[in-house]
Design a protein around this ligand. Structure first.
Ligand code: PGA
Length: 253
């Protein structure tokens, strides 16, 4: 059975003290993290050691970085490699978030390099995709999103994609308070799964956890996660509030 995942993306928020308080609160709130459920905290680089020491031993919790560099190592001042993350036992890394694509010009090829380094280095990618508003209004969101997947992931083997994590995040719903309806989310998630099924077969497609991201909150999580192809969420704003995020964790199916 594929994993149901509540992933937090703190982005560039919180001081060290706030991050510690939030992590501690989440771990002690007794969220229902059963065997097929997983909580991933996507924290800023400097807070990784804290997150690992506070949440690392909590059942069903894992830590993610929010980015990594697309080169293995060397003279890239200020960057963080997959090897560094792996050496700290960081299990996941968010790849291709729309903010990275937009503000840091990360294209399909760079993202493919990042994914390759992650898989070679033993850090699991959470690969983000999703369309801007203009594409949604033109009705071409399926082909747009499919292209993002094809260009950065379809060189991988079926084995490498088994149990993979995708986050579908329509850009028009990120941080805007405008959530995609659960029907819109389900429609796209089913499309994404069918694209993987067409290329790799149903067994691989069914093993992939497809998270929805874009204004997920306590009030809409149950409705979204109730859809058959929505396997949890990648949560920004609402993951910064312990009670909100705990409710979201408890809304996993
Ligand atoms: P949001 O962000 O939940 O604040 O909309 C989601 C994301 O960007 O991952």
């Amino acid at each position: 059975m594929r994993k149901q995942i509540a992933a937090a993306n703190w982005k560039m928020n919180l001081t060290a003290a706030q991050a510690h308080t939030l992590t501690h609160a989440l771990c002690t709130s007794n969220p229902a993290v059963e065997d097929n459920r997983l909580v991933i905290l996507g924290v800023p680089f400097p807070y990784i050691p804290m997150a690992l020491s506070v949440a690392g031993a909590t059942k069903g919790f894992a830590i993610a970085a929010q980015n990594c560099y697309h080169k293995k190592s060397g003279a890239y001042t200020g960057e963080v490699s997959v090897e560094m993350l792996a050496s700290m036992q960081v299990e996941y890394v968010i790849i291709g978030h729309s903010e990275r694509r937009e503000y840091f010009n990360e294209d399909h090829a760079v993202l493919a390099e990042k994914v390759n380094l992650c898989l070679a280095g033993g850090v699991k990618p959470i690969f983000c995709c999703g369309e801007p508003l203009s594409i949604r209004e033109a009705g071409t969101q399926n082909v747009f999103t499919e292209t993002q997947l094809r260009e950065s992931l379809f060189h991988l083997s079926a084995e490498q994609l088994t149990g993979f994590v995708i986050a579908y995040e329509p850009i028009w719903a990120i941080g805007t308070g405008k959530t995609a309806s659960s029907e819109q989310a389900q429609e796209m998630h089913a499309h994404i799964r069918s694209v993987f099924a067409g290329q790799y077969g149903a067994t691989v497609a069914d093993s992939i956890s497809i998270l929805y991201g874009g204004s997920v909150k306590a009030a809409n999580a149950t409705e979204l996660f109730g859809k058959p192809d929505v396997d949890g969420g990648l949560v920004g704003g609402a993951s910064l509030v312990a009670e909100e995020f705990t409710t979201i964790i408890n809304s996993l199916q």
